[in-house]
Design a protein around this ligand. Structure first.
Ligand code: ZN
Length: 123
């Protein structure tokens, strides 16, 4: 059987960008997370409460006391009482020095909050 050569398009293949976030997460960021960060940062002159040895003194973002990984995701971790405004340096310092952070109350482990998080469903 005679076959003709496949036609090759000269145009580059059309490619779409990968979605950086799901629709649900995009909505969460736009409506909850970003406004919370803006509120926490304020005028950029709010003092960082952590004051680690690398502190840059002013709140630049938010830190979750019960981390996203431990809480079971950002949607769970992002709650009043669990988020505190910190500078980027302290936030990073907390992540890299968990024992120091626990000793100073900037990080809690799951075992300390498991009982509080357990909610019994009404029957
Ligand atoms: Zn700081």
């Amino acid at each position: 059987m005679k076959r003709s050569a496949m036609k090759r398009s000269t145009k580059p293949m059309k490619r779409s960008r990968l979605k950086p976030r799901s629709k649900k997460m995009d909505k969460f960021y736009k409506e909850v997370r970003i406004p919370a960060v803006i509120q926490a940062v304020g005028d950029g002159k709010r003092p960082c409460p952590v004051k680690s040895q690398v502190c840059t003194h002013y709140v630049q973002g938010i830190h979750e006391v019960l981390s996203r990984g431990r809480a079971g995701g950002i949607l769970v971790a992002h709650k009043p009482g669990n988020i505190i405004g910190t500078c980027h340096a302290c936030n990073s310092y907390i992540s890299s020095h968990p024992q120091w952070a626990k000793d100073n109350g900037w990080l809690v482990s799951n075992s300390e909050v498991t009982n509080d998080n357990k909610q019994t469903k009404p029957t």
